[in-house]
Design a protein around this ligand. Structure first.
Ligand code: TRP
Length: 443
């Protein structure tokens, strides 16, 4: 085992801000807005809110309970409570961390590139062409490497000196930036068309299983669930922390930022009549339409755009460090590596693994789909079964440091029945080939 007692957050709000930092990221701004655009706006938003509260929140508490209870990184937390047969699940979690960070850092690299270019020379009105250059080849790979280096730098400095300090400083800045941008967007002529698209549901989509699947995947991605990231952060917690309250704060902040980010993105896109461009590219939506909007808004747009990309980069960094921390803490606990060695070696491995995503946005989109709709939802399924049925005393652990409350029993019942049933359905539904699905729709 590598050195000394386990690190601990220096304060409760340090932990909560780090966990919010993990949750709030590209998912809230880039992924949320492109999925909302693709899936009919408000209908998606409603399903995302519902799955976050009913499915995401119980799984979040389950991860916090597992992490704080075991004081270990994912693989060892699972074997601690369930024995060695649960080790493969832990390995799946670490693999998911590897895979997600490998493309996440590519997208973050695009954001760094746009932010720097905006400072130096502004936004290019030929936004689609520009995106094509930014998001492929050596350029994309180079910025991906730079962003990975930054992530490694923070994680190597440790839980308190790196992760906690970064989140405590940066998260309040992100909140102020996003709020300010939403207020600015409200002043644009034509903003109301954006609000209407974003907030007025198309009820036919509300019933679509595909939209529900995307909403559930997004709920997991946005809350950093299903691969032990929140578990790992909670393993650095003391016993006096109120976990249910922490879970509510984390989920509340995550929903709020996603929602407010929508209040930034949609009014801007609609005010400049760029809504037709949104559907044209999925992963690129935010990186094409918004820079185009900023370019058309002239010098004000340049300033606003710089602030927007600053917020995006901050969110991406505090999320990326949580992804790397899962992998690094597993190597520290399981292989006895030093934090420095784990951070640097694994960081390099992840950077290399990101190369295909740097070269092709199609590959990136495909990895994103697999990682989310299979690995994270499957991981959430396994986690809810584990805490609901296998782990001894989850309710005692959840109420440690909190007041005991009547709803703990319902929480466990959710984990035992409703959450796994829902996730199983979503997973299996996804695996049924679409031809069969259409036939099934006839009945
Ligand atoms: N939640 C982050 C976002 O919304 C991404 C993220 C960080 C993540 N850690 C994770 C996603 C762990 C899944 C699992 O951008």
């Amino acid at each position: 085992m590598a050195g000394g007692p386990r690190e601990q957050w220096t304060s409760r709000h340090g932990f909560v801000l780090a966990a919010i930092g993990s949750a709030v990221g590209l998912g809230n701004m880039w992924r949320f807005s492109y999925l909302a655009a693709e899936n009919g706006g408000a209908a998606f938003v409603i399903l995302y809110l519902a799955t976050t509260l009913v499915i995401g929140l119980p799984v979040l508490l389950a991860e916090l309970v597992l992490g704080r209870g075991s004081q270990k990184s994912p693989i060892q937390a699972l074997t601690h409570y369930g024995g060695s047969r649960w080790k493969p699940l832990g390995l799946v979690f670490v693999t998911a961390g590897f895979l997600i960070l490998s493309y996440y850092a590519v997208i973050a690299g695009w954001a760094v590139r746009y932010g720097l270019a905006a400072i130096v020379s502004g936004f290019d009105p030929n936004a689609a062409e520009r995106f094509g250059e930014v998001a492929s080849g050596w350029d994309a790979f180079g910025y991906h490497l730079a962003f990975m280096a930054l992530t490694v730098f923070v994680v190597v400095r440790g839980v308190t000196g790196g992760i906690e300090r970064t989140s405590v400083v940066l998260m309040p800045i992100l909140f102020v930036l996003v709020l300010g941008l939403a207020v600015y967007a409200a002043t644009l002529n034509g903003a109301s068309a954006g609000y209407a698209y974003y907030l007025r549901p198309d009820f036919s989509k509300l019933l679509s299983l595909n939209v529900l699947k995307d909403a559930a995947g997004q709920a997991f991605f946005s809350l950093s669930l299903g691969m032990g990231a929140m578990l790992t952060f909670a393993s650095y917690l003391g016993r006096n922390v109120n976990l249910p309250r922490a879970a509510a704060l984390i989920a509340g902040a995550d929903i709020a930022i996603a929602f407010i980010a929508g209040l930034v993105v949609f009014p801007m896109i609609f005010a400049l009549e760029l809504s037709a461009d949104v559907g044209a590219s999925t992963v690129g939506a935010l990186f094409i339409t918004l820079p185009k909007a900023f370019a058309e808004m002239g010098s004000v747009g340049r300033g606003v755009g710089i602030l927007f990309f600053a917020a995006l980069i901050v969110g991406a960094l505090t999320s990326a460090i949580s992804l790397l921390e899962v992998v690094v803490s597993s190597a520290i606990d399981g292989l006895g590596w030093s934090r420095r060695k784990a951070g640097i070696l694994l960081g390099i491995a992840i950077a290399v693994l990101g190369a295909p995503s740097a070269w092709s946005t199609d590959i990136l989109g495909a990895v994103d789909q697999v990682a989310n709709n299979i690995l994270l939802l499957g991981g959430g399924f396994a986690l809810s079964i584990f805490v609901g049925w296998v782990m001894a005393g989850p309710i005692e652990e959840a109420s440690e440091g909190a007041s005991s409350a009547a709803w703990y029993g319902s929480w466990r019942n959710l984990l035992r029945y409703a959450v796994p049933a829902f996730l199983f359905f979503i997973l299996v539904y996804d695996a049924i080939p679409s031809t069969f699905r259409t036939i099934a729709d006839l009945f």
